[in-house]
Design a protein. Structure first.
Length: 105
């Protein structure tokens, strides 16, 4: 019983810490989940738009390391699929929760 209570408290503490993390600024491409990291360039924009319009989820591909992040609030990037963007986002269980998105040149 003590082990169970300790485990539950540990999980709750880690969740609280994760929720308190500040928003992070990142640059990269809004791609589609099917192509993911292969879509981290301007020539993939029309394909990404078509895939997302066809039902694929939008994802964020970080310029820094090419890591692909799920986006928990898909509506935040609807107008930026295929674009190179700068975002403000925090990590959630469902991926990135984007609070601000701006297209870059």
């Amino acid at each position: 019983m003590k082990k169970l209570v300790s485990t539950v408290l540990c999980v709750l503490f880690m969740a609280a810490v994760a929720m308190a993390l500040p928003a992070k600024s990142m640059k990269g491409y809004v791609s589609d989940a099917k192509c993911a990291a292969k879509g981290n360039n301007a020539s993939h924009a029309s394909c990404a738009r078509a895939c997302v319009k066809g039902g694929e989820k939008a994802v964020f591909v970080d310029d820094k390391d090419g890591k692909v992040y799920a986006i928990s609030n898909q509506d935040s990037v609807t107008d930026h699929v295929g674009d190179h963007v700068q975002i403000q986002a925090s990590m959630t269980d469902g991926g990135l929760k984007i609070s601000k998105v701006e297209a870059t040149k």
